[in-house]
Design a protein around this ligand. Structure first.
Ligand SMILES: NC(=O)C1=CN([C@@H]2O[C@H](COP(=O)(O)OP(=O)(O)OC[C@H]3O[C@@H](n4cnc5c(N)ncnc54)[C@H](OP(=O)(O)O)[C@@H]3O)[C@@H](O)[C@H]2O)C=CC1
Ligand SMILES: O=C1CO[C@H](CO)[C@@H](O)[C@@H]1O
Length: 317
């Protein structure tokens, strides 16, 4: 079995430093992807109720006969399940879909509640997302109960800013072990990462490759630059005989950050499970790249009024 490098959580538990992202894996392809990932040496899967593919993941894990204690399973409670009485049932649904008895890590997906219901993105007739008046600290208290009940080993958050973490840490009986945020060479999140690491909160980088931004002869989406075509990453990659994607992931690992790249392609899956370290000089050169862009911005995705969710941390620092 390939033993992957780990990032230590505050209590000393190791979490595999590279996990498999599962958002937007096409229906039907995950069975093969998970078989390939397990064979390649992945021991960490990032899932979420929101991705609507947890049942497929669970079935694939069972078919691949992955021993439960050999795989780190993260899932997330979605914004429509923030009311405290909905958190337990939401977790139960994920456990049933993934066909496991417990999760290694359960995250609050966003620090914002949407009105409950089957519609994961409920909108009013103007197209604005329907926000529910639930304090994320109350949602957190319900998540703490899941640890007490043995349904999840650890709890954490996602898309939290420094201000929101400060607010949560004041009341948390069980501290969040992870903050999963958008983070890559073009959104380095220096201040947020420093704050988290100082407070014993590990950072997981989602969209470590800047997502579905097209490369090659297709234009990057929404005017964004294609990270995988970045000239500095390309130059370093060519010199060390790696790919720009590998260099981008290695840069996160060098900063002690967990990365969860998504790929449905067997070759890229293996490529992303990197087995080398960047030199200090190469890492420093990458840190000087000045491009800044954020893909997952609630103001663009859901409602302009949710702009405040990223206000205290623009990712530009
Ligand atoms: N907490 C949150 O709010 C969020 C969490 N996430 C999590 O983070 C994961 C990763 O983020 P995601 O948005 O998927 O973006 P990524 O940065 O992981 O990029 C995925 C895209 O890059 C391509 N790709 C993967 N590896 C390579 C490679 N080596 N070379 C070239 N192209 C490559 C994939 O295509 P192909 O499959 O064809 O290889 C896919 O189109 C998600 O899947 C999800 O689990 C994501 C967004 C928000
Ligand atoms: O996990 C996620 C996948 O991407 C979505 C759209 O960008 C996000 O809203 C969500 O947090």
């Amino acid at each position: 079995m390939v033993h992957q490098r780990e990032v230590k959580l505050a209590n000393g538990t190791g979490i595999p430093a590279i996990g498999l992202g599962t958002w937007q894996a096409e229906p039907g392809e995950l069975t093969e992807v998970i078989q390939e990932a397990w064979a390649a040496g992945y021991h960490h899967i990032d899932a979420a109720h929101y991705y609507q593919n947890e049942r497929e993941i669970g079935t694939a894990l069972r078919m691949t006969e992955v021993p439960r204690d050999q795989i780190w399973l993260t899932s997330k409670v979605w914004n429509t399940d923030h009311r405290p009485e909905r958190v337990g049932p939401a977790c139960d649904q994920t456990l049933s879909d993934l066909q496991v008895e417990y999760l290694d890590l359960y995250l609050m997906h966003w620090p914002i509640a949407f009105v409950p219901g089957d519609d994961l993105l409920p909108r009013d007739n103007k197209g604005e997302i329907k926000v529910d008046d639930v304090d994320y600290k109350d949602t957190w208290r319900a998540m703490e109960k899941l640890v007490d009940e043995g349904k999840v080993r650890y709890i954490g958050v996602s898309n939290f800013t420094i201000k929101q973490l400060e607010d949560l840490l004041k009341v948390a009986r069980i501290k969040p072990v992870v903050n999963q945020v958008e983070c890559n060479v073009y959104l380095p999140q220096y201040e947020l990462v420093e704050y988290c690491q100082k407070h014993g909160i590990a950072v997981t980088a989602y969209r470590p490759l800047a997502g579905r931004v097209k490369v090659g002869d297709e234009k990057p989406s929404s005017g964004h630059k294609a990270l995988r075509e970045d000239p500095v990453l390309t130059k370093i990659a060519q010199r060390i005989n790696r790919t720009p994607a590998q260099v981008a992931i290695a840069w996160l690992l060098k900063r002690g950050i967990i990365a969860i790249p998504k790929s449905s392609n067997p070759q890229r899956l293996r490529e992303n499970l990197i087995d080398f370290d960047l030199t200090d000089e190469d890492a420093a050169e990458i840190s000087k790249i000045g491009v800044r862009q954020r893909d997952c911005n609630p103001a663009n995705m859901w409602s302009p009024s949710l702009d405040y969710l990223t206000k205290s941390d623009e990712g530009t620092k």
